[in-house]
Design a protein around this ligand. Sequence first.
Ligand code: CUA
Length: 329
Amino acid sequence: MLKQVLRLLMAALVVSIPYVAAAAERAARVVDPVKAWDNHFKTWAVVGVAVYLIVTVPLIYFVIKYRRKHKDENGAYIVGNTGLEILWTILPMITIIMLGVQSWAVFNDLREVPKDHVEVKAIGFMFGFEMYTPEGIMTLNEMRVPVGNVKVNLTSKDVIHNFALPTFRTREDMVPGENTYLWFAAKEPGEYPVYCAEFCGAGHSSMLAKVIVMKKDDYEAWVKSKKSESMTAATTPEGKGKELVERLGCLGCHGIAGEVKAGPAINGIMGKTEELEDGTKVVVDEAFIKEKIANPKAKPIKGFGHMMPPTMLANEEYEAITAYLKTTK
Ligand code: CUA
């Protein structure tokens, strides 16, 4: 009996050897996390459905076949069947060991970043994503990367967000005060969606972004144009204001093309009349914008709650922002 069990245990281990070997020889093969994840999902789905049917179909059959037909009928007294007992102990054990080892191999694929990769950064905030290229270029809700493997270092400025890339079958929490990461294989140029997959407040559903995968040449050209753009932009107040509005994360909650997010849209807002929570009307001017940024809770605008965090800036920075807002329509 014991020998039999040991022999079956050995068989289970032998069955799982290819998976262990695959994980160990990882360096030598090209890892495709998308394929690994999809295969993983299919395996679990097939095994899950099979186990369900093996249990449920006989169950229903037996319930009907051996139901009590007369009031005084007694069931047969069955003591047990050693062969069956061993079978239904060993088979699930082999299945579970296989699934366990395979899961471990897939997990390794998803966590171990291949050596050749570019490293970028994404910071979550209420409500948006700041992305940084290896060259230090900041973009809002848009991550530009060249074709290839990408490691994304993650963190958050306020609460827990989750950086989710469904196309690349990966996601990871963005935790304030902690550094986490994920990686993905960007094979084809194109645009891929990014979602926040952790409920983080009223603007959670507007935390949408995209990964833009570019051909190497296109990416380098983009980096060049971005660098010269930021050098010229910093020389005018309007350019500086635009840069501030993007860098401070204002656009996470405020639309710049008329779209209402967690806060009102800010394009063309200068000179507009807004209604405050207490019903008074105010005309948006330089002083109002300055107060709104420094002490947003003092004059909440009707219908938008009290979510905006205060931000202290230098006087010329407030002026730069209003100068920029005047240029928007
Ligand atoms: Cu950030 Cu949900």
